[in-house]
Design a protein around this ligand. Sequence first.
Ligand SMILES: *[C@@H]1O[C@H](CO)[C@@H](O)[C@H](O)[C@H]1NC(C)=O
Ligand SMILES: *[C@@H]1O[C@H](CO)[C@@H](O)[C@H](O)[C@H]1NC(C)=O
Ligand SMILES: *[C@@H]1O[C@H](CO)[C@@H](O)[C@H](O)[C@H]1NC(C)=O
Ligand SMILES: *[C@@H]1O[C@H](CO)[C@@H](O)[C@H](O)[C@H]1NC(C)=O
Length: 443
Amino acid sequence: MVGLFVALFMPINIHTLFSLFFPIKSIMEVVKKEVILLTLLCFSLRDVLVDGKRKITAMDKEDAVEKKLKLLNKPAVKTIQSEDGDIIDCVDVYKQPAFDHPLLRNHTITLRPSEEPFTKAANADSNSSANLAWQVWRKSGSCPEGTIPILRIEKRHLLNTNSLETYGRKPRHGVTKHEIHLPNKTILIGVEDLNEVSVLVGAGYSYLGIQARINTWNPRVEASDEFSSAQIWLRNGPFRNFDSVEAGWIVYPDLYNDTATRFFIYWAAGANTGCFNLLCSGFVQIDPSIALGARIDPISQEWGDQYIIELTIWKDLKDDDKWWVAYGRTTFGYWPASIFRGLTKVGTVALFGGIVYSPRMKQQLPHTRTAMGSGRFAFDHWGQAAFIGQPRIMDYSKTFKYPDPGQTFSTHTDCYSGENYAEVQFTEPRFYFGGPGRNMYCK
Ligand SMILES: *[C@@H]1O[C@H](CO)[C@@H](O)[C@H](O)[C@H]1NC(C)=O
Ligand SMILES: *[C@@H]1O[C@H](CO)[C@@H](O)[C@H](O)[C@H]1NC(C)=O
Ligand SMILES: *[C@@H]1O[C@H](CO)[C@@H](O)[C@H](O)[C@H]1NC(C)=O
Ligand SMILES: *[C@@H]1O[C@H](CO)[C@@H](O)[C@H](O)[C@H]1NC(C)=O
């Protein structure tokens, strides 16, 4: 604005200055000066227009933000103000975002899976040294039956996104193929560009489910457009265009407007589709006690108490159209298989581990300082490094098994590492993973 005013009033001042320093000697000079003045005026006019346009754009953005908020937030039956600053809306289960999906307009909600596979989990945890973490908002109230808790999206959440249209979707720039060598074969997995991962991979079979106990931490995230997650995935489909269902915890400032560790689910049916939680239509939630995107607590302490979240995703074999998800023993919803193209029947890749995403990854040195897991490398093990305990896959036997042969894979071991390690010999290993990002060897 200051520039605009200066530009508008400049011509007069310059006119005066010109008159002072170059007394008019001929008509030609006057003409020359007028040309200069006209030129200056033109520039000023252009500035007015540009500025006017900018103002309209800002107003448009305001409008667009309001529209997006209306679209994302459904009318609440009850509202809970959580002590951590989140607002949780209890929304009628039949008014949830899923019904905005063109394929789900007439969807009839299924309130229960035909069976819950938890009891079939092989060797239930014999090591009780890790406790279950829960959700912070639950201290402040609960949602009535027939409603689901939805984290309210406020203006502050949308102000930092670089595109309202893609808010809620992970940036997908491209996918690079990586070879993973199993004892008898080599398999290929796709890793999204600008992502560093450290994972335990199960591949080469048909997967009907995945389950894990994910150690909770709050890694440092250096820039607000970067994220760090610990999660499980099931995938199917072509490399560049695969389908994926995911669940875990994440720190993602540009999505949640803070650096807290939050529970999330994610889905994609090929590139440029899908989203976190209920930020687009697709996932159908049935349970009033789990809020997607809400903060989890407690977080594990170095050398102190270790906490986990137990997550399960599985295909209903009787009602073939559903991928159910459970947090602990609470089955809270499903993705209808009909929204997918690759994941209609089974998953072909099961992954357990961490991601660090940075839009500047590899293109801009130095490497990000965003940490994965606890920020410690895998070799620090129990009490320091993050772990995934009891990684399980489900096949047609309908029981959860260790993903054998399970192979560890890390895109950049100097930055983030992964290791299968059992503290007690001849017992099942945990998958330890993580790292600090930039350090002496990771530049
Ligand atoms: C939903 O139901 C309406 C009316 O019965 C029908 O016209 C429409 O095609 C249905 N949509 C889907 C996606 O099944
Ligand atoms: C659980 O695992 C930790 C780390 O492996 C070990 O230190 C602890 O003794 C185990 N506890 C039991 C009850 O086995
Ligand atoms: C690998 O091949 C050997 C010999 O053909 C076989 O005995 C073994 O079961 C195979 N392992 C896996 C994991 O398929
Ligand atoms: C939260 O949003 C506000 C308003 O846009 C912004 O100033 C602040 O930096 C954001 N905080 C985080 C941690 O992203």
